[in-house]
Design a binder for this molecule. Structure first.
Ligand code: GLU
Length: 483
């Protein structure tokens, strides 16, 4: 068995869409799983719509996801001479012919047909031309296209996703493969390139199913062995409609900027149209995905891009990733948010790792961690008004509680979990309160928020000085509010 060769063939006319990323990922996983190659071909033949910025965005998206390609990037536009030579080879071996019908002619005939008997199909009139006549007109420089002569019968293949697919050839007209300016039609360029790149499995979106019979005919006409085909079903939004911007971010880069981890994105995309089968844990590392990925798990039905699930998946990867990887990532974000300098954080690794351990279990994205880290990094806290209104509803009571807590904490013998717990619990008991009633007002005083990690963890991370300082500030704030 020769190792498989697969390719991802994006048209550089926009950003890397999650659907494109899913196609790239499945090609990459298949190649990795079977010890083959994953190639990248930029389909830039549409000069008007292709941009360098889009090509760069596609590279960056793939790199971020960790989908490295194995050989030099192939640019479709650079192979125009081969596309043309392949089209001419099909004329030479009688699978295609020159057509001199002008666009205006065809348009007229199309309109006429539509007015009379319905659909227009090219009537092959140029296939009837005398060879000598064709040679003379070509030599005289008369514009012509090359049309493929569609044979009788039907064209089918065994799709790795959909099984047997077959199209009656009578529904396919003699299609153009080369324009009069010598540039190839899409199906000609794709097939010529897939042959030149020795692609053994073409895996792409099922919007390409209708192109496949034409491509198969070209392979046969050129005397080439067919690759296998796998057409991946569409991705829908959670309303069952084709995924679009209405459903939220559809660019891979947008999710990157939302704080989604590449390994979570890969894991999430891997389950859009594939499953390892049986009972399985949805959270998988890239190595696990490579070990499990196979064509037998490809699904026929459309899958749903559920952003809630992506966030959940991200939370799962956040908790599982080594701190050594998470830490620099969060440090960088904290620094760019102006909450700390990377050097400051790097100087107290134990404290920072303890903070990360506490925050990551409560976060779905890296940005959540950054938000939650704010009270632990700034000198003062701003009070979330809803949280303050609830926890400090009775300002006099809240003030008294905070003052009592301050006194207990200032005197606490050891600034560690057990001692803090004993002392604060006895304070609550002495006041006839559950600890919740005591911790609510304290939490707002210490973090400004209604939610935070556990009280003892918060106190330990803040340290005694900062904790007392914040309680004093909150007491003053309550005095101000009482007037
Ligand atoms: N360039 C095509 C697209 O962007 C893909 C062609 C193919 O995979 O065969 O949809």
């Amino acid at each position: 068995m020769t190792p498989p060769r697969l390719r991802f063939a994006p048209s550089p006319t926009g950003y890397l869409h999650v659907g494109g990323a899913r196609t790239a990922l499945f090609n990459w996983l298949y190649a990795r799983r079977h010890g083959g190659q994953f190639l990248l071909r930029v389909e830039d033949t549409d000069k008007a719509r292709s941009t360098d910025a889009s090509t760069r965005a596609i590279f960056e998206g793939l790199e971020w996801l960790g989908l490295r390609w194995d050989e030099e990037v192939v640019y479709q536009g650079a192979s125009a001479a081969r596309h043309r030579a392949d089209a001419e080879r099909m004329v030479a071996n009688d699978h295609a012919y020159r057509c001199f019908c002008t666009a205006a002619d065809l348009d007229f005939r199309r309109k006429l047909a539509e007015a009379n008997e319905g659909a227009f199909k090219y009537d092959r009139r140029c296939d009837e031309l005398d060879r000598a006549d064709v040679a003379r007109r070509v030599a005289a420089g008369e514009p012509n296209v090359i049309r493929f002569r569609v044979p009788e019968g039907s064209t089918g293949w065994t799709d790795l996703v959909h099984g047997e697919i077959s199209f009656p050839n009578k529904d396919i007209e003699d299609f153009v493969v080369l324009r009069s300016d010598g540039t190839p039609i899409y199906n000609m360029a794709v097939t010529s390139d897939d042959i030149a790149m020795r692609i053994t499995l073409v895996m792409r979106g099922d919007d390409h199913i209708s192109n496949t019979p034409k491509q198969i005919m070209i392979y046969r006409a050129l005397g080439e062995a067919l690759p296998q085909f796998a057409h991946l079903p569409m991705i829908h939004g959670n309303d069952g409609k084709k995924l679009s911007k209405r459903h939220g971010a559809t660019a891979v880069a947008d999710w990157q900027h939302e704080g989604i981890l590449p390994q979570a994105m890969v894991n999430f995309l891997s389950l859009l149209g594939w499953s390892p089968g049986g009972e399985f844990d949805e959270v998988m590392s890239i190595d696990e995905l490579i070990a499990k990925f196979d064509a037998s798990g490809l699904r026929k039905t459309a899958s749903v891009f559920d952003t809630k699930k992506l966030e959940w998946m991200n939370g799962q990867h956040l908790v599982r990733m080594p701190l050594g990887e998470l830490s620099p990532l969060v440090r960088r974000k904290l620094a760019s948010a102006g909450l700390a300098t990377e050097a400051d954080l790097a100087a107290r690794p134990e404290w920072f790792n303890a903070l990360l351990e506490l925050l990551r279990v409560r976060a779905r994205t890296v940005d959540d961690i950054v938000r939650q880290a704010r009270p632990f990094l700034s000198d003062t806290v701003g009070y979330d008004e809803t949280a303050a209104a609830r926890a400090w509803k009775d300002t006099a009571d809240a003030r008294a509680l905070l003052a009592a807590a301050r006194e207990v904490l200032a005197a606490c013998a050891l600034w560690e979990h057990a001692a803090l717990e004993t002392d604060l619990k006895s304070l609550a008991e002495a006041r006839g309160l559950g600890v919740g009633k005591l911790f609510g007002p304290m939490r707002v005083a210490l973090t400004g928020e209604a939610n935070s990690p556990g009280m003892f963890d918060v106190l330990i991370l803040l340290g005694r000085d900062v904790a007392l300082f914040r309680l004093d500030a909150a007491i003053r704030e309550l005095d101000r509010r009482t007037g």
